[in-house]
Design a protein around this ligand. Structure first.
Ligand SMILES: [Zn+2]
Length: 642
């Protein structure tokens, strides 16, 4: 193939993966494979004498681009101690400083900018020079201090992480699986629904203060200011001490709550850091040591296609059980059909399996030299459960039959689960059993179970029956928001269900996509599936049925001076916007995300945006809408009137 042609194809492929990774948050390939594609493209560019462009920075997104005051460079990597010692030799020519060795947290880099003690901006790394403004999402991360006791400007850098526990939980409840905690953290920050950030328990660990201190003092100062700093840090007098730290951490790392993929070694003295300077890509005063990934070899015995709650079909490799990083593995998700094709996985193949910490294992690649008797994997055309034809939806195969048994079972399992209606003694095994016995099919059937229906079923003596019926009855009193979540509407998480529950069910049944997207905390995608759900006759019938059965659809009475009023903020106020939002909500008001006829008050701060103009226009048309400044808002909160 001509080089130009090949380059063009490679670029297209890279763009596609950027889109999958950054926008859809559904990467199809590993980071290493992605790096290889980029390297290949760069090599061709060099051959052709074209300036190397930075791949991955040209992605489109809805976030504002902001230049970094000091570039966020990536570190050069080392994979063995020889390389570390060479680094030490280079440093020692210039510096006598100690080193600081820190666990290399496997997350998503972030820059936090404070002015006069207030968090004003959070930027992604982007291409190192220009990042994206993700402040509103980072604002939802609990351990990022929003206010610190420090005047002047301060820039702090760190890593946004998802703990292995939160990651496994997220992957167990969401149907589209993230490949690892880092992708999950990055995907969460780079999406537009900040409620998801709260829901997914992200955390931020900082490791650098852009300023004048030395590294170890910076870390201590950051701790004092209220930031979270990794405990896995040591000041080392020599490179031997660094190596000792690396060895120790290697033993410990599988027990840490987070994934780490190596150790970062930095020259402690900032003066010496400056003296050592930068290459055009990375600092000379730091290096990353990477631990090799834990890999084992096993055999793919079968590939089974599983169907999820919303109909997505996922291929799962059934493996010859193998011990990997302390646990026995016999299953690995293959994510989607493209992944099988790309890796050319066949039944009977020997494969490398990789895993870090508690994270779900992944099939890295097939060992082609060991291939003998293999069978190609047949991608099903029909749903393995209901036999209806599968449809393609992006990279995924989907069963769109609403009556598909496998989906109904999973929906019931969600409904009775702890996260759902929390019906004690009614786990997924029991809901599945009752389903098979024809006792229940849809959520409303649960409330029609009579003692005689389940009498005689193993495990259901008189006592167990009365306990179960009691907890079913009790669940009717659950909050309306819990009920909405339990219905299993696609994309509707626990927190977005809470936002939705501010609106009565009668309104919800008739609202348009635009109106629903206008509720604070509901994204476009969610709005779309909410409307699709409620406009389905079967679902609206189900709602009436659940209402008749006495389930709780009451909108929580809001107390406070702003009860029943809607608000929207534009422009800068004296406090961070989210703080003011919370105050409004605490006092019974609710937030809208756009100017509309439903809006009662627009709060206008400094440099208001386009919402202000829109509101003025509506007001001119005679629509009752009040425009307040911050002071007037507080007098409204405090006295209940203007
Ligand atoms: Zn089906």
């Amino acid at each position: 193939m001509e080089l130009e042609k090949e380059l063009e194809l490679l670029k297209k492929e890279i763009e596609r993966h950027n889109y999958l990774y950054y926008v859809l948050q559904e990467p199809e390939i590993s980071d290493e494979d992605y790096d290889m594609l980029v390297k290949k493209a760069e090599k061709i560019e060099r051959k052709l004498g074209i300036d190397t462009i930075t791949f991955g920075s040209s992605l489109s997104s809805s976030f504002k681009k902001v230049a970094h005051t000091v570039p966020m460079l990536s570190l050069s990597n080392s994979y063995n101690f020889d390389e570390l010692r060479k680094f030490d030799e280079r440093v020692k020519k210039v510096s006598n400083s100690s080193y600081v060795a820190e666990a290399k947290l496997d997350g998503f880099s972030i820059s936090l900018i404070y002015s006069d003690g207030v968090l004003t901006k959070a930027l992604t790394r982007g291409d190192g020079n220009i990042g994206e403004d993700v402040t509103s999402n980072v604002y939802e991360i609990e351990n990022v201090p929003k206010k610190i006791n420090k005047q002047g400007n301060l820039e702090v850098r760190g890593e946004i992480l998802m703990s292995i526990k939160s990651f496994n939980k997220l992957n167990s409840i969401s149907e589209k699986k993230f490949a690892n905690p880092r992708n999950a953290a990055a995907g969460t920050i780079r999406q537009l629904d900040s409620n998801k950030v709260k829901e997914r328990n992200l955390e931020c660990f900082v490791y650098q203060m852009v300023g004048k201190h030395n590294q170890i003092d910076s870390l201590n100062l950051l701790k004092e200011l209220g930031f979270t700093v990794s405990e896995e840090v040591r000041e080392c007098k020599s490179i031997d001490e660094v190596i000792d730290f690396i060895e120790q951490l290697k033993e410990k790392k599988s027990q840490l709550p987070y994934q780490i993929d190596g150790v970062v070694v930095k020259v402690n003295s900032y003066v010496d850091q400056n003296r050592l300077g930068l290459t055009n890509k990375s600092p000379r005063w730091a290096i990353a040591f990477k631990y090799p990934g834990v890999q084992v070899v096993t055999k793919v015995e079968d590939v089974v296609f599983q169907i999820g709650r919303t109909g997505i079909v996922t291929p799962v490799a059934h493996l010859e059980p193998v011990l990997l990083d302390g646990s026995t593995i016999s299953r690995a998700t293959l994510h989607n059909v493209n992944e099988i094709r790309r890796k050319d996985i066949r039944k009977g193949d020997y494969v490398f399996l990789e895993k870090g910490g508690d994270v779900i294992p992944k099939v890295v690649k097939v060992i082609e030299s060991r291939r003998s008797e293999v069978e190609e994997i047949v991608v099903p055309e029909e749903c393995p459960s209901c036999k209806s034809l599968l449809e393609e939806d992006g990279a995924f195969l989907v069963c769109k039959n609403d009556h598909c048994e496998a989906q109904l079972k999973k929906k019931l399992a969600l409904f009775v689960s702890k996260e759902g209606m929390n019906i004690e003694g009614f786990g997924p095994a029991i809901s599945s059993k009752f389903f098979d016995l024809g006792i229940i099919k849809y959520p409303e059937d649960i409330y029609n179970i009579r003692a005689e229906d389940i009498k005689g079923i193993e495990g259901f003596g008189d006592k167990a029956i009365s306990n179960l019926l009691n907890s079913i009855e009790r669940s009717k009193k659950n909050d309306y928001s819990k009920l909405l979540f339990s219905l299993g509407i696609r994309h509707l998480g626990k927190y977005s269900a809470k936002s939705l529950s501010r609106i009565s069910i009668d309104s919800l049944l008739n609202m348009s996509k635009e109106e629903i997207a206008n509720i604070d905390g509901i994204g476009e995608k969610t709005a779309e599936s909410v409307v699709a759900f409620f406009s389905n006759k079967e679902n609206s019938d189900r709602i009436s049925c659940l209402r008749e059965l006495g389930l709780n659809f009451d909108v929580k009475e809001r107390k406070g001076s702003l009860k029943g009023q809607t608000f929207l903020i534009t422009g800068a106020l004296s406090k961070p916007r989210d703080e003011i939002k919370r105050e409004i909500e605490l006092n019974g008001g609710s937030m809208l995300s756009n100017v509309s006829k439903r809006l009662d008050y627009l709060i206008v701060g400094e440099k208001p945006g386009s919402k202000y103009g829109k509101a003025l226009k509506l007001a001119e048309k005679g629509i009752e809408l009040k425009i307040l400044n911050e002071k007037e808002l507080y007098s409204l909160i405090n006295s209940g009137h203007l």
